[in-house]
Design a binder for this molecule. Structure first.
Ligand code: CA
Length: 229
């Protein structure tokens, strides 16, 4: 298998070096940039598999970089940010970032995010985009007939639970924000929609997490993600 290449855009030299060393010892190919402009140039010229992006850069705001990259590519972007405020993560995710790491983070955490993103990449590359069957652990969704199976048994979902499950499944591995989900489900994003979302998510979970497997991860203040089991 070809080495996975990672572009690191981070102005903090110590953190950039730490990530570089970590990637090097785990046999990843890497590129590094210390400002936004170089980052965009390398992203365009080298076409890395994954981008690690610090939001606070000296020249261009990280969110502008995400928008720029998203205008021409779907390369997974993991945001790294010292800003622990939820609104920055949410803005980055809404702009198309796939995941986030909050500084300070551990090397294990970093590697775990890169691994799960690589799995998602492999899945994106091997499974045709418009597939009619989704399988994840003991969960199966037949999109064509609108039927969901858990441990080979059909489970009954309400229309909203079904919509929610499909949305999470089609974006498996990716953190979806409350705003994104409520807009997709209800076409709006009021506080009431977010409150309803919590309720539907709880009932959905009860139905698909019967055997104790957690398919859906909660990101407090941010949103939800379906994990590939
Ligand atoms: Ca920075």
């Amino acid at each position: 298998m070809n080495k996975i290449s990672v572009l690191v855009i981070e102005d903090d030299v110590a953190i950039n070096n730490l990530i570089k060393t970590t990637l090097e010892t785990r046999d990843y190919k890497y590129f590094s940039a210390y400002n936004g402009l170089d980052g965009i140039l390398i992203a365009t010229s080298q076409n890395p598999d994954i981008i690690l992006l610090d939001l606070g850069l000296p020249d261009i705001d990280g969110n502008e970089i995400i928008k720029k990259i998203r205008s021409y590519s779907n390369t997974p972007i993991i945001v790294i940010s010292a800003r622990s405020e939820d609104k920055d993560k949410v803005e980055a995710l809404d702009n198309g970032a796939d995941d986030y790491l909050t500084k300070p983070f551990s090397v294990d955490e970093l590697l775990a995010r890169i691994r799960s993103t690589s799995r998602r990449l492999m899945y994106m590359n091997t499974v045709p985009f418009q597939t009619n069957l989704f399988e994840n652990g003991e969960l199966k969704i037949d999109f064509a007939s609108g039927v969901v199976y858990f441990q080979e048994e059909e489970i009954h979902l309400t229309p909203i639970e079904y919509k929610l499950l499909c949305l999470l499944a089609r974006n498996v591995g990716k953190v979806l924000t409350y705003t994104f989900i409520t807009k997709e489900i209800w076409g709006s994003s009021w506080d009431n929609d977010v409150a309803s979302l919590r309720v539907f998510m709880a009932t959905l979970r009860k139905k698909i997490e019967k055997n104790g497997t957690s398919y859906i991860q909660t990101h407090v203040g941010v949103g939800y993600r379906m994990i590939r089991i």
